[in-house]
Design a binder for this molecule. Sequence first.
Ligand SMILES: Cc1cc2nc3c(=O)[nH]c(=O)nc-3n(C[C@H](O)[C@H](O)[C@H](O)COP(=O)(O)OP(=O)(O)OC[C@H]3O[C@@H](n4cnc5c(N)ncnc54)[C@H](O)[C@@H]3O)c2cc1C
Length: 351
Amino acid sequence: MEKNFSLRELNTFGFDIRAKYFQELKSMDDIHELIENPEFRQTHHLILSGGSNILFSSEFFDGFVVYPNLRGIETLEETDETVKIRCYCGEVWKDFVDYTISKGLYGLENLADIPGKVGAAPVQNIGAYGAEVKDAIYQVHTIDLMTGNIRIFNNDECEFSYRNSIFKKYKSIIIFAVDFILKKRGNLKLDYGNIRNYLANKNITNPTLQDVAATVKAIRAEKLPEVGVVGSVGSFFQNAIVSVDKYHEIKMLYPDMPSYPVDTAKTSFRPERSAVEKSTALIKIPSGWLIDRAGWKGYRENHVGVWDKQALVLVHYGGGKPQEILDLMKKIQDSVYNKFGIEIKPEVNII
Ligand SMILES: Cc1cc2nc3c(=O)[nH]c(=O)nc-3n(C[C@H](O)[C@H](O)[C@H](O)COP(=O)(O)OP(=O)(O)OC[C@H]3O[C@@H](n4cnc5c(N)ncnc54)[C@H](O)[C@@H]3O)c2cc1C
């Protein structure tokens, strides 16, 4: 156990945060030892992996930071169609995705290059370019740091939804491994973001798995700040989910506003639907567009700002304090609310 430990390298915002206690866990034995540690049991704690979806609101974390870092990748089962793979929590997500692609396995290609560790991927059901990790997860292995109970959650029990899962409710459960089910043959998802255009510009008419992953990486590199160079947590806000009525109200004023039906409405967002059905359907509006239209893209105030290539991303240029990001967050939320009547919520975990 380390004391007064610097988390500067363990939060991608790059703030100079210190933790009262810090413990890396490399094995199940380490986890059991921690559970027995009276100091740990009496102290408020936080499970931290890559720190790419966390904003510490103060520069001192007055508690125990637990850093699960079990490593390893195992093939569990192979059929003609699928392969089940277990990956331990401390593996770097993007390396794991590259590994599955090198094996010719479909399922994670649109999630290439997302920062962070494998153990955190189910927590917010990471997603990008029309894909969500929930569609490739078979089951999730957990241990409760208060009781030592081991529980395996099957996919349904994870209660996955947009940037959410049951694991957001359990602050004392470590995900120590995730079992994925990947396909040997699959349909590539090209319709989200700019993937299809990007491939067309490269004269790729019949893209492979590798082409899609490479395209996703290239688009991400163009749009997002580089981890370790400019501090960020990627998308700071969740996309807005609004009723159909609200959507029409705004669309009248801003006909160019982009939108997507959300899962429940995906198959039923059709003109022939009844008035009742329509009123319960939900529409996703990209918060990046709302923030951009509210005039924030490229804004900078001292050490922090809004990324000039993607308004959903708040950035820390170095030398600043978490409070500066929190103040900027509030200003953006208020301004989007005043302009569109929509409350945008942070995607990042604020500690
Ligand atoms: C440049 C950039 C781009 C990004 N792009 C995307 C994107 O396209 N899509 C997307 O979904 N996200 C994106 N993110 C956010 C982030 O990468 C993901 O949310 C990632 O899964 C966080 O992983 P982490 O290891 O850094 O988790 P952390 O930030 O350390 O933790 C995130 C949450 O998970 C919990 N947690 C972490 N590990 C465990 C564990 N082993 N067991 C239980 N709980 C745990 C933590 O307590 C915390 O609540 C981006 C971030 C950055 C910086």
